[in-house]
Ligand binder design. Structure first.
Ligand SMILES: NC(=O)c1ccc[n+]([C@@H]2O[C@H](COP(=O)([O-])OP(=O)(O)OC[C@H]3O[C@@H](n4cnc5c(N)ncnc54)[C@H](O)[C@@H]3O)[C@@H](O)[C@H]2O)c1
Ligand SMILES: N[C@H](CO)Cc1c[nH]c[nH+]1
Ligand SMILES: [Zn+2]
Length: 435
């Protein structure tokens, strides 16, 4: 793994959303599905997922869901239900309630919170299948009270007729019944614009590869999206107290996701840098997915050596990583200095996969520097808010003049008159206007 002094590392601030070719490809797929519906959806599924489907095969049937249980171990079902319990209890803490505030003049101001009606969740399934992403998408939506949750996942990853049984069991355990075997940019377009088979949704959530991320960006506006949660990232900020074997293992845990995943160590310790570099090479050899992991380490991996831990923290804040591990002697003393990171893992035992699968916080987290301005998926992603204003007569009489003043200041006479007509009726317009 390459070791670079901090001054030689490119810490640009711009967010890099794929190559021009990848952008053009995602745009084309989205546009074709928007205009051609199922025809384009099936064509791209054939071409990209090497799966020949007809429209009536797109939706996963109840008997396929039931049969998936026969293909997974009891221990997997037990593990997924424990994880679901932790994820649910974490997300219950995020739930908001509508509120109303009664003012002394009899007015009532408030906010009405409602769940979105129909949301689409993307579960990745290209290079690996992600049953854990089923839970991370679906549980917050359920906690928010979303009545229609529709799931899409590509058919490429082996198992039952091309749908991975672990994903199906996770979906069944989570209580999702509307599932389509489509993935990539074509699935995102189908959810956004609808096809003959798939009804459009209000919002699309979920992680995916660069094509999924770019397609979500493309359809944003027609529907809402959670964030750009693209290829995984990890930054480990470590001092000389860190264990190189742990650091290397955690870097590789994210590198194995994707050739475009990134794994970076930031450290002021030259000795740790050398030892982690050697350890990464050693552990890489033992990984079943070493082709993917070594491409990721080669292209997007680095060990950045800083002058001090303080400088390391400023590098982390520039990178704004999806996941940050603080492997320093006193992590709690440093956590308050981290301004930009999607999820922060503190200390030697908070290995990143603890968060990927089990602890409870969401693993769908902004990537590519976007943690600077966006957040992990949570219950707020699945609600909308309406402001509520009940103004009493007393309040309007008291504040009418000020409202008219502001309206006339903007040159909007009709706005002012909408107030004035009421004040006049109450015999207050002249007084309030000072006429
Ligand atoms: N940030 C997060 O929160 C988070 C969480 C989990 C996973 N991830 C990331 O999700 C990604 C999963 O990727 P994946 O590929 O395994 O599954 P995926 O489901 O995201 O993508 C597979 C689909 O990509 C499309 N595709 C593949 N090559 C293409 C090409 N050349 N042109 C157009 N479309 C193409 C195909 O339609 C295929 O179905 C990884 O990058 C992983 O790091 C991120
Ligand atoms: N690390 C991924 C988020 O970037 C989430 C995940 C799912 N399964 C394993 N890992
Ligand atoms: Zn992971």
């Amino acid at each position: 793994m390459k070791i670079v002094p901090v001054q030689d590392f490119d810490l640009r601030r711009e967010v890099d959303y794929g190559t021009p070719e990848q952008n053009a490809r995602a745009k084309q797929i989205v546009s074709d599905v928007k205009t051609e519906g199922d025809t384009a959806l099936l064509r791209y599924t054939r071409e990209l997922d090497r799966t020949e489907l007809t429209a009536d095969m797109l939706r996963v049937t109840k008997s396929e869901l039931d049969a998936a249980y026969g293909q997974v171990e009891e221990s997997f079902i037990a593990a997924i239900s424990s994880a679901a319990e932790n994820i649910r209890s974490f997300h219950m803490r995020e739930k908001r309630n509508s509120w109303m505030d009664l003012q002394p003049d009899g007015s009532i101001l408030g906010q009405i919170i409602r769940p979105l009606k129909r949301v689409g969740v993307y579960v990745p399934g290209g290079k690996a299948a992600y049953p854990s992403s089923v839970l991370m998408n679906v549980i917050p939506a359920q906690v928010a009270g979303v009545p229609e949750i529709v799931m899409v996942t590509p058919p490429a990853t082996g198992g039952m007729d091309g749908i991975n049984p672990y994903i199906l069991v996770a979906a069944a355990e989570a209580g999702v019944h509307e599932i389509y075997r489509v993935g990539g940019a074509q699935a995102i377009a189908a959810l956004a614009y609808g096809t003959e088979t798939i009804a459009p949704v209000d919002k699309i959530c979920g992680p995916g590869n660069i094509y999924v991320a770019l397609a979500k960006r493309e359809v944003y506006g027609a529907v809402d999206i959670d964030s750009i949660a693209g290829p995984s990232e990890i930054v480990v900020l470590a001092d000389a107290s860190a264990d190189p074997e742990y650091v290397a293992a955690d870097l590789l845990s994210q590198a194995e996701h994707d050739e475009m995943a990134s794994a970076i160590l930031v450290t002021p310790s030259h000795d740790l840098a050398e030892r982690v570099s050697a350890e990464v090479e050693r552990q890489l050899e033992l990984l079943p997915r070493r082709d993917i992991a070594s491409a990721s380490i080669q292209n997007y991996g680095a060990i950045i050596v800083t002058e001090s831990l303080k400088e390391g923290i400023s590098v982390v804040n520039r990178l704004a990583p999806e996941h940050l591990e603080l492997m320093v002697a006193d992590p709690m003393a440093h956590v308050g200095l981290i301004e930009n990171a999607g999820a922060i893992f503190l200390g030697a035992y908070s290995s990143e996969p603890v968060g990927d699968y089990f602890a409870g916080p969401n693993h769908i987290i902004p990537t590519n520097g976007t943690a600077r301005f966006s957040s992990p998926v949570d219950v707020d992603d699945f609600i909308k808010k309406s402001s509520m204003i009940y103004y009493s007569k007393e309040a309007l009489l008291k504040n009418g003049a000020a409202i008219m003043e502001l309206a006339r200041g903007e040159g909007l006479e009709a706005h002012a008159r909408a107030i004035e007509v009421r004040l006049k009726r109450e015999g207050k317009a002249g007084e309030e206007n000072g006429n």
